[in-house]
Design a protein around this ligand. Structure first.
Ligand SMILES: [Zn+2]
Length: 229
């Protein structure tokens, strides 16, 4: 299944993580029959969410949670929302769905989008192993649902992400790395010296595409918090 506003199915979101797909024209045969069979046999399916042109997020498993033959549509939900997707969800269930979807759909999508934009390297030190990289938020993500913007993220290794979150390390809007004054004055082993102190005054490496670079206003807001520490 491909989920896209411009795709072959007319789909819409019932709750975060639960979608309605109208039957394709041509009656109950073909793809519609496959969806109905998937519902009856309870077989898992894979859903491709379109994040941007040519970039999809694969969601697996998803299930057909209801079929309305008369109105001509099915509902599809991620596994954790099967019990919500088989009926019209209440307001409370919709809130629950958005919490689950944030963890299962939006956070992984944000991480994938940010790591891809930064070519799977830490923006501070260029460390390049995905297992030890995070998508760090620049400012707190206030969106309760929806995919966080790449421009509010930076790919960082675990140590630099933690240092950034704790304001040991700041990034000014002109993309320069600043290390906390007290930390700069400290004397310790190679992690402090090479991993942090030597980063001071260097520039971060950002994606080439302008629309994927960190948002300057967000950097400025965040840098104020670092400077006030
Ligand atoms: Zn790093």
């Amino acid at each position: 299944m491909v989920s896209s506003e411009t795709g072959p199915y007319s789909d819409r979101t019932i709750a975060d993580g639960i979608w309605r797909y109208d039957f394709r024209t041509g009656g109950p045969g073909g793809d519609n029959a496959k969806l109905i069979a998937a519902y009856e046999l309870k077989v898992p399916m894979m859903l491709f969410r379109k994040l941007r042109p040519n970039v999809y997020q694969a969601l697996y498993p998803v299930f057909v949670t209801s079929v309305d033959r008369n109105a001509g549509y099915v509902t599809i939900a991620i596994e954790d929302l099967r019990d919500v997707g088989d009926h019209t969800p209440s307001a409370i269930e919709k809130r629950y769905a958005s919490i689950i979807a944030k963890r299962r759909i939006h956070q992984p999508a944000f991480r994938a989008m940010v790591l891809r934009a930064y070519e799977t390297r830490c923006t501070v030190c260029r460390f390049g192993h995905a297992e030890l990289l995070d998508a760090a938020h620049i400012t707190a993500d206030s969106e309760s649902h929806g995919d966080a913007e790449v421009t509010n993220g930076m790919s960082m290794c675990k140590i630099h992400h933690a240092a950034y979150d704790q304001n040991f390390l700041g990034i000014s809007p002109d993309l320069v790395i600043h290390v906390n004054r007290e930390l700069l004055a400290e004397r310790d082993g190679p992690m402090l010296r090479h991993g942090l102190q030597e980063m001071h005054g260097q520039s971060i490496t950002v994606p080439k595409a302008k629309n994927e670079q960190p948002h300057r206003d967000r950097l400025a807001a965040r840098f104020e918090a670092f400077s006030a520490r």
